[in-house]
Design a protein around this ligand. Structure first.
Ligand SMILES: *Cc1c(COP(=O)(O)O)cnc(C)c1O
Length: 407
């Protein structure tokens, strides 16, 4: 491992270090479910070792649910990008979160402290207590007081889905004391933020989003120290939420372009956020201080009409793809959250969430502009809609409604 390499270099080389020596260029896809061994005494020793620590067995693989070489390449690469010792991949982001909760619950630490908003299903998993956990919801300042002797995990998202609210990870990590902090880094990606450097012990991704990046693979991954990774592998082995090798291949391929995609999409998003901020048809724009390719905004008119009106942009849940997606969180991504809790977390019924892709920004603006409708469109020349800006949007204006002008 060469810690002096830049992120962009790691993105295309990590997990591939052995390829040239093997006479390969593209990583091989290993679809084997099982692996032959004529030494069953040796296998017993290796299985005992895995059961004890969860460390990846030395030598050839054993069985597909215990580990897969193609998936391992993705795990190695993601750990390198997040700056952690290890990473463990799962069938989806929710399978990854489930494994983390099971690791802690199996140690008798069933209490979780969490900050809203979280992704709708993460909120639901905790609120419903489906895994036998109990949750205390608090704000970042309340974390220290919410901790109990049986608290096994503190959970935050930053920027959060869907409001893009940000938390100060360093301060939160300090409040956690010895309780592991899990930061869901799905929105920021390691290109914009590396939570482990700020004290998060666990960094979770829905790899379905930016890591895959093309809307064609579902996956989750937890980047962490090797001790916790071993516990996650044992849970994964026992519960079976493994990642398919083809998905592992696609994710490794996705990582190669992650820095380029995130920077290009973020430049588009900063420009669109800037235009929305000064548009009288928009009452609020949430765009994170750290940037990124996600925007949340509230409209004067009916948000459902905006969803119905897009032509180039795809009206669909999920995010982080090369193409631009828009959705209405109160109807879809956060529908499973109780309406009162949802609104309390800042997810208003007017909120729209935009995942900005790699299209030309003028084409995206043209589509948003027509979808926002005629109602309160600025008079010709009155707004900045026709102007092209290259400067990033100003820092977080999430609490500042723009002035409403009547048409
Ligand atoms: C989508 C998402 C998840 C869940 O991931 P899946 O891959 O859909 O299971 C978790 N956290 C965040 C922030 C997400 O956006």
């Amino acid at each position: 491992m060469d810690s002096t390499r830049a992120l962009a270099t790691e993105a295309v080389h990590a997990g591939r270090d052995d390829l040239a020596r093997q006479g390969l260029h593209a990583p091989p896809i290993d679809l084997s479910t099982t692996y032959p061994s004529y030494d069953s005494r040796g296998e017993a020793v290796r299985i005992d070792a895995f059961a004890a620590t969860g460390a990846e067995p030395e030598g050839p693989p054993v069985y597909g649910r215990l580990g897969n070489p193609t998936v391992a390449r993705f795990e190695t690469a993601l750990a390198r990008l997040e700056g952690t010792e290890s990473a463990v991949a799962f069938a989806s982001g929710m399978a990854a979160l489930t494994a983390v909760l099971l690791v802690r619950a199996s140690a008798g630490l069933r209490h979780v402290v969490a900050v809203r908003p979280l992704y709708g299903c993460s909120d639901h998993l905790l609120t419903a207590g489906l895994l036998g956990t109990e949750v205390t919801w608090t704000d970042p300042a309340g974390i220290a007081d919410a901790l109990r002797p049986d608290t096994g995990l503190v959970l935050v998202e930053t920027p959060a889905n869907p409001t893009l609210a940000e938390v100060d990870l360093r301060a939160v990590a300090h409040s956690c004391g010895s309780v592991p902090l899990l930061a869901d880094n799905t929105f920021a990606t390691p290109v914009l933020q590396r939570p482990a450097e700020q004290g998060a012990r666990l960094v979770l991704h829905s790899a379905t989003k930016y890591l895959g990046g093309h809307g064609d693979v579902m996956a989750g991954v937890v980047a962490c120290d090797e001790d916790f990774a071993g516990q996650l592998r044992r849970i994964r082995f026992a519960t079976g939420g493994i990642l398919h090798p083809l998905a592992g291949y696609l994710l490794l391929r996705g990582l190669a372009t992650l820095p380029v995609r995130v920077r290009a999409a973020s430049a588009n998003a900063a420009e669109l956020a800037h235009r929305l901020t000064t548009d009288p048809r928009v009452t609020r724009v949430h765009y994170p201080r750290i940037g990124g390719a996600m925007i949340a905004f509230e409209t004067v008119g009916d948000p459902h009409e905006v969803i119905a009106g897009v032509r180039l942009i795809t009206p669909a849940v999920s995010l982080g793809s090369v193409d631009t997606l828009i959705q209405h969180p109160a109807s879809i991504s956060h529908r499973v959250v109780d309406a009162e809790d949802r609104r309390g977390a800042g997810v208003s019924d007017r909120l729209l969430r935009l995942s900005v892709g790699l299209e030309d920004v003028e084409d995206l603006w043209a589509d948003l502009d027509q979808a926002l409708g005629e109602g309160t469109r600025p008079e010709r020349g009155a707004g900045n809609c026709a102007t092209s800006h290259s400067a990033p949007a100003p820092a977080n204006r999430s609490a500042t409604p723009t002035a409403l002008r009547s048409s």
